[in-house]
Design a protein around this ligand. Structure first.
Ligand SMILES: [Mg+2]
Length: 256
């Protein structure tokens, strides 16, 4: 995390203070994670998805629920996602799995007019990048009332079922949507998902939550280092307002 550090060079330009949100104001492209980023982690949608995964495995493999849950967690550990393990070990149809696990109650997501106002004012193209599906993302942004601010939803199908934080799908997204990483910002609640975009040259914003698993890894424990996190916030809407309203290095515009 770079707040308070000396000037850093990126993309041939010297940034006065890389921790200052206003340095992101001229970004061409904003890439937002969906879950626990565009809506608060306290909505706990993932708890519902997590339960549905256990239910899917239980029904599909004919296992008691507790045993299915154990397998779910085992595949998550061994393959990076439960779905990858289910495809590898059981030939599960990813479409059927994804449709089943996202059949949840979206009522905890409430309209967010403050976020909508911030997105309205924020310059640049806006995309969503989710390890979930387009249908899930559309349900969420529909409830939030921010759907029309996003040009593209890049989902797990578009990523050929390779999830973040693996680097390959970020490259697919950048290529498919002509994103210049040096002028892009990636916003995420899971710190390790910011590693690949930072290495590609994007600026990164970590939306901090209370979930321990979403934080930067301990270097001593072999987790990812935290110098791929350029900005930190506890509230996305506040952060976007800081981007828009903070001090700017740009010369004042000539009066008309
Ligand atoms: Mg997330």
């Amino acid at each position: 995390m770079t707040e308070g550090r000396t000037p850093a060079r990126r993309g041939g330009e010297t940034m006065a203070n890389p921790g200052e949100p206003s340095t992101l104001r001229d970004a061409e492209t904003w890439i937002f994670d969906l879950d626990n980023t565009l809506y608060p982690a306290r909505c706990n949608l993932f708890d519902q998805v997590d339960q549905r995964m256990g239910q899917f495995i239980s029904e599909r493999l004919g296992l008691p629920f507790d045993e299915a849950r154990g397998l779910q967690k085992q595949y998550f550990r061994e393959y990076g996602t439960t779905l990858t393990g289910l495809i590898a070990q059981h030939g599960v149809d990813p479409h059927a799995f994804l449709e089943f696990v996202h059949d949840i109650d979206y009522a905890p997501i409430q309209p967010d007019s403050q976020l909508a106002a911030a997105l309205e004012r924020l310059p640049g193209r806006k995309l969503i990048y989710t390890n979930g599906t387009v249908a899930h993302a559309e349900s969420v942004v529909g409830r939030l009332g921010v759907a029309h601010h996003f040009d593209v939803i890049f989902d797990i199908h578009a990523a050929n079922f390779v999830p973040k934080p693996k680097p390959a799908p970020y490259r697919v997204m950048v290529e498919a949507h002509a994103i210049r990483p040096e002028s892009a910002v990636m916003v995420e609640d899971i710190a390790k998902n910011l590693l690949a975009p930072a290495e590609m040259g994007m600026r990164t914003v970590w939306v901090r939550t209370e979930h321990a698993w979403s934080g930067p890894g301990e270097k001593d424990a072999g987790g990812p280092p935290d110098d791929h996190i350029h900005h930190v916030t506890d509230d996305l809407t506040d952060f976007l307002h800081a981007v828009l309203e903070g001090p700017s290095d740009a010369p004042d515009e000539e009066p008309d």
